[in-house]
Write a protein that binds this ligand. Structure first.
Ligand code: 5GP
Length: 204
């Protein structure tokens, strides 16, 4: 039987650079894919349906929810976000690592019922640095920036629930750290194809 892929949950406050890290990781690893979430929020300029998200109405989302089609979902800033389960299951069966880039409430739900996942919290070197990055975007009002900082503080308080914390001081280093985590996790006894160990024991 083919080895199953790894479910990787990745969270981090807005401004932590998790989006950039994920794109870099996907470019480097052909064994890893990103789950595309469904959301009720409106697309931002440049975002495409089926690429960045599946953009749906509240009714469509609620219909999917009642069919039990989500691995997890959460309400965040007044919008629903959810991970459709079927594609994730297929990819894992095919042996691909699947990244869920999701916020902390949804992440904690998945952690509660799947013991085989790997969870990574991406963070920034300091709150000052986060504030600098959010202000650097120059696309948001003062109120929005304050809201994002308050949300970031709340999210950072949940970092202890994750298996790993990666500080994004520099994108290349953060990506290298995540690659190290994936390699180490692949060497866990219960993830390995134990044919090798069996072979050694049989030859003793
Ligand atoms: P944004 O609106 O900025 O794209 O995303 C807002 C937050 O929702 C981010 O923290 C993002 O990681 C999270 N998010 C995106 N997709 C999902 C999902 O399917 N489930 C959950 N729980 N959070 C998601």
């Amino acid at each position: 039987m083919a080895k199953k892929g790894m479910l990787i949950v990745l969270s981090g406050p807005s401004g932590s650079g998790k989006g950039t890290i994920v794109s870099r990781l996907l470019q480097e690893r052909d064994d890893t894919v990103l789950s595309i979430s469904m959301t009720t929020r409106a697309p931002r300029p440049g975002e495409e349906d089926g690429v960045h998200y599946f953009f749906v109405s509240r009714e469509e989302f609620e219909n999917m929810k009642s069919l039990g089609a989500f691995l997890e979902y959460a309400e965040y800033n007044g919008n629903y976000y959810g991970t459709p389960e079927s594609m994730v299951r297929t990819w894992l069966e095919e042996g691909k690592n699947v990244i869920l880039e999701i916020e902390v409430q949804g992440a904690e739900k998945v952690m509660d019922f799947r013991s085989d996942l790997v969870s990574i919290f991406i963070t920034i070197p300091s709150m000052e640095e986060l504030e600098r990055r959010l202000r650097g975007r120059a696309t948001e009002t003062e109120d929005k920036i304050r809201d994002r900082l308050a949300t970031a503080r709340r999210e950072l308080q949940r970092a202890f629930r994750y298996d790993y914390v990666v500080v994004n001081d520099e994108v290349e280093s953060a990506v290298a750290r995540i690659n190290t985590i994936i390699e180490a996790e692949n060497m866990r006894f219960d993830r390995m194809d134990n044919e090798y160990i069996r072979g050694v024991l049989e030859s003793c």
